[in-house]
Design a protein around this ligand. Structure first.
Ligand code: PRP
Ligand code: ZN
Length: 299
């Protein structure tokens, strides 16, 4: 197969999205071997290669049609999109779906001793960030005039160095802020990993694989929350039990040999089954409760 026919997926090289991104592709059936330079994972069982890149470069790789798909934080996608629009360039990456990992937020954080009252407290201040477009856009929307100090990294030490009064940076666990005596005061953008693709039409074979991957990613997303549940129940308790089964459409009801008033219920629940649900099911008369993980699902 020639190189042009292989799908190229860009993911973050090292960072909070790396493991989850590779894991997602593996769950979609990808078997890969990793190149010596560690920058490319070659798909052995499908025409798909994974490029390991700096996350900030991923939208550009799609924009320049070097890669077809990308997994990257919404924060990066939005920052790039606003940047392109500001330069009158049409952004050439389409956001396909949120992937439910890599959750974090772009937030304003102030030094511990700062007297914060409201967003108005930012009026006239210098705000250090590596997200000047997102911050600028947010400041305009909330109607605050502040100076955006664009840095390329190490934003959290800017206040101590006197380069800014407060910062606007990504927060995930919050430990970076705590370590730097900063505290989060307001969220600018909620973020998580998203899938982006090129809007450029692909050769048919490539497009087919892309669509297949999208369906598989959907399947992977669905099974994460889904559980297969088995239980025994008195026939009379069925209406209540069906009501309690979270997110299940039509359960299979099987008669139990020798006990005409009892049945077995098998159901796929499209939401997580918590202990509380099991306890309620038991209280409603269910016995022999079993919850199994679902490995694959194709709707
Ligand atoms: C962000 C941010 C902080 C850290 C916060 O950087 O700049 O350094 O994460 O995470 P915490 O709240 O869990 O401490 P990131 O890892 O995204 O690196 P990058 O901006 O260089 O890609
Ligand atoms: Zn980055």
């Amino acid at each position: 197969m020639d190189k042009e026919a292989r799908l190229r997926v860009a993911i973050q090289k090292t960072g909070r999205l790396t493991d989850h991104s590779l894991d997602l592709l593996v769950r979609c059936g990808l078997k890969y071997s990793r190149g010596k330079d560690q920058l490319l994972c070659y798909g052995e069982n499908m025409p798909l290669d994974v490029l390991l890149m700096r996350d900030d470069d991923i939208p550009d790789l799609i924009q320049e049609d070097v890669c077809d798909l990308g997994i990257v934080g919404l924060n990066v996608v939005e920052e790039k999109r606003l940047g392109f629009l500001a330069r009158n360039v049409a952004p050439l990456f389409e956001q396909l779906q949120a992937l439910d990992f890599g959750r974090c937020r772009l937030a304003i954080a102030v030094p511990d001793a700062f007297r914060w009252e409201s967003i108005e407290s930012l009026q006239g201040l210098r705000i250090a960030t590596t997200y000047p477009n997102l911050l600028g856009d947010w400041l305009r929307r909330v109607g605050v005039a502040a100076e955006v100090v664009t840095l390329s990294g190490a934003v959290e030490i800017a206040p101590r160095l006197g380069r800014a009064d407060v910062i606007c940076d990504l927060v995930s666990t919050g430990s970076t802020l705590t370590a730097n005596h900063l505290r989060e005061v307001v969220t600018v953008l909620e973020s998580q990993a998203v899938l982006i693709r090129t809007p450029v039409p692909l050769p048919a074979a490539k497009e087919t694989w892309l669509q297949r991957m999208l369906l598989r990613i959907d399947g992977v997303q669905q099974v994460k929350e889904s559980k297969y549940i088995l239980l025994h129940a008195p026939r009379a308790a069925l209406p209540e039990i069906r009501r309690l089964l979270p997110g299940s459409e039509s359960p299979t009801i099987i008669p139990l040999e020798g006990t005409p008033d009892k049945v077995a219920v098998h159901a796929v629940c499209r939401e997580n089954v918590f202990w509380e649900t099991l306890e309620s099911l038991k209280a409603a008369g269910a016995t022999a409760l079993l919850v199994l993980p679902v490995e694959k699902m194709l709707a």
